[in-house]
Write a protein that binds this ligand. Structure first.
Ligand code: DQA
Length: 146
């Protein structure tokens, strides 16, 4: 059976392509979803991309991934820097977790330098623009092939 990767996105990423394009670029989240889906097919995987502005919704999706997903790629957006709840939820998930940030958070304000999610993530990609999602997907395929 084809393994499914859940790609979870946090607050304000619904505005990707319109929001601060000088930082996040002009590609929309729908485009990211389509590109990931195409690459996933080449890698023998399936992807399901979701976005929410609500912390509890993201926690619920992580719980659902426990039964439905082989791996999680997550850009928790601002919740990266604040959410113990998302970290705790990720700690209940047994498969690989990869953290993606479109911007290079380490080059930005100091409050973006700390990530709760990194305490669980098996890998972190930051500053590669939206290409980071595809890089994470390639890494996910290698991790799941082992
Ligand atoms: C982000 C970086 C976060 O600091 C920020 O709050 C975001 C997006 C990124 O993808 O670069 O919303 O996760």
């Amino acid at each position: 059976m084809t393994k499914t990767i859940h790609i979870l996105n946090g607050p304000n990423l619904n505005l990707l392509g319109k929001r601060e394009p000088e930082i996040y670029g002009d590609i929309t989240l729908d485009n990211v979803a389509a590109d990931c889906s195409r690459l996933a097919t080449d890698l023998g995987l399936e992807t399901q991309l979701m976005q929410s502005n609500h912390e509890g919704q993201i926690v619920d999706w992580i719980h659902q991934a426990r039964d439905k997903a082989a791996g999680i790629i997550i850009n928790p957006a601002a919740y990266t820097h604040t959410s113990v709840a998302i970290l705790d939820a990720l700690n209940t998930f047994e498969g690989p977790v990869l953290e993606v940030h479109i911007s290079n958070v380490h080059k930005r304000e100091s409050f973006r330098h700390h990530s709760y999610v990194s305490l669980r993530a098996d890998g972190v990609i930051a500053g590669f623009g939206v290409e980071g999602y595809q890089l994470a997907l390639r890494r996910m395929a290698s991790l799941l092939a082992d």
